[in-house]
Design a protein. Sequence first.
Lengths: 137, 137
Amino acid sequence: MPGRTGLTIGKLAGLSGVNLETIRYYERIGLMPEPGRTEGGHRLYEPAHRQRLAFIRRARELGFGIDGIRALLGLAEPHRRSCEEVRVIASDHLQDVRTKIADLVRLEAILAGTVERCRDTAAAPSCSVLDLLEAAA
Amino acid sequence: MPGRTGLTIGKLAGLSGVNLETIRYYERIGLMPEPGRTEGGHRLYEPAHRQRLAFIRRARELGFGIDGIRALLGLAEPHRRSCEEVRVIASDHLQDVRTKIADLVRLEAILAGTVERCRDTAAAPSCSVLDLLEAAA
DNA sequence: TCTTGATCCCGTAGTGACTACGGGTTGCAG
DNA sequence: CTGCAACCCGTAGTCACTACGGGATCAAGA
């Protein structure tokens, strides 16, 4: 009887660094397949599940959204791993990341300059941060 | 009877560039004070509301969260505008922004390198993006 | 004055990607 | 065989909105 093999969800969570509740969530939304169960109904995961979860985790760390990961997982199937399609998804995401960086860098310059002025005029009657926020558009 | 003055919520939304539903949301969560009403119950906004909403909008654009804005609004009261407290909030936020930038820049390097390799090996048997995601931890 | 159509009302539910809670069941070590 | 950790499931909460729906109100034109 091969029913004894497999990791419990808690063990998988510990090994993968993914929250237990998050694993169940991934199952609910169809990102992780339903694993086998013990007689009592506890989930039992096999190595393939662990690999898939690791893939998902790394993709999340790289900032891919759930839909992007779903697409990547589809393309990662052994038989039709179309590098071109994968590259499109990844470079779209790369573009998003670059846009976000540019936005944040602009923000950083504004905030840093304003906070710096604020420090200089610590005893001054007005606050440069509030001035920034209150300035007429 | 001074009940005629004021902007409707739609006008305020148009002038401020803040979504009408968002203005009502700000009122629900206590970020915007309740305005006066017409006899029929429509909101009527005065210049002070418009200024406060502009403040909120600019702070949101700078990435402050609702709680941060709430704190800033408290400190922006005319009598006790403590520049020091304001500076603390703003520089905390600045630190968050810098951390986010650093994370995204790391991400960008990984993605850009991988996508580039992917382009090079367009006809190769494996895909560098998938390799990245599938690599043993 | 009446009608029409734009605007506004309110409450509720949905978004993304989880996280937390609570009350009940199962598994396993001692 | 007992006790308690781990697991089950469904639901609700998070953040900062956005969308929807069915009804009321407003202002302008005929």
